[in-house]
Design a protein around this ligand. Structure first.
Ligand SMILES: [Fe+2]
Length: 260
């Protein structure tokens, strides 16, 4: 098992250079009224000018079929926002696809590390991976039912693609431990939960009630994922199995101690 908290030389902190750190901390107070170097005013000004001049991150692709175009038009007239729903469906599609890849990467890590400090099993991980694949298909069908193109990238799909790059990097980094990888997965599962909740509300608002039962089932499954990943993350972090909220010091040990 990899130890994520093993001690090593301080290569990043200023404790290693007491004289320089003293000088660094003293500099701003020696020159009152002067903007110290490192102030972010200049970059904030530059960003502001970019923000006010920039275009948006793409646009929601128009439904390709006549039926879809007609539906989108009618919905718009009745005050609904089919473009917003299509954008958010695209976002969920992209994130569920990433979720599948995150679990693929975690399965590889789990098998390579042979870490038995958590209650997580290969079957658990494969099951959740299959759930994410199924969720992807549910969304693809929903987009098609609106005449949309599931292979097109919506603005929010682009956005979550960028966001999740860091999560993927953490899990595929060969140096990261199971606990560190599970922390990244926890971010993904929390986002999954919030994403499905919003999508159900949007589908209802848009009168797409046929989507709601499948979406609600997906949300139930995501809640289970979150619960499991959170437990595994805690177990991997402390290196002990937790059963019914109680830390099991040893599987054969009956004297367990409370975690929270
Ligand atoms: Fe999930």
């Amino acid at each position: 098992m990899k130890d994520q908290s093993s001690m090593g030389m301080n290569r990043t902190g200023m404790q290693m250079s007491p004289m320089d750190s003293k000088a660094m901390q003293a500099a701003p107070s020696k020159s009152p009224g002067r903007v110290p170097p490192g102030d972010d005013t200049a970059i904030a000004e530059m960003r502001s000018s970019y923000i006010t001049e920039a275009d948006q991150v793409g646009s929601v692709p128009l439904p390709g079929t006549m039926k879809g175009v007609a539906k989108a038009g009618v919905s718009k007239l009745t005050g609904n926002e089919p473009a917003l729903l299509l954008d958010k469906l695209g976002e969920r599609l992209a994130f569920e696809r990433t979720g599948t890849r995150l679990y693929d990467a975690l399965i590889t890590k789990f098998e390579a590390l042979q870490d038995g400090t958590t209650s997580m099993t290969l079957a658990d991980l494969q099951q959740i991976r299959e759930d994410e694949v199924r969720h992807f298909s549910i969304i693809a069908d929903a987009i098609e039912s609106m005449g949309g193109d599931p292979t097109s990238q919506t603005p929010c799909a682009d956005l979550v693609g960028v966001e999740s790059m860091g999560l993927m990097q953490v899990i595929t980094d060969p140096r990261t431990t199971l606990a560190q990888s599970l922390h990244a997965l926890l971010v993904a599962e929390m986002t999954d939960n919030a994403g499905w909740e919003m999508l159900i509300a949007l589908a209802e608002e848009n009168g797409q009630n046929a989507m709601v039962p499948d979406f609600s089932l997906a949300l139930d499954e995501e809640r289970m994922h979150l619960q499991k990943v959170q437990t595994w993350f805690e177990e991997a972090t402390i290196g002990k199995v937790i059963s019914d909220g109680v830390v099991v010091d040893d599987v054969t040990d009956t004297n367990s101690s409370q975690l929270h």
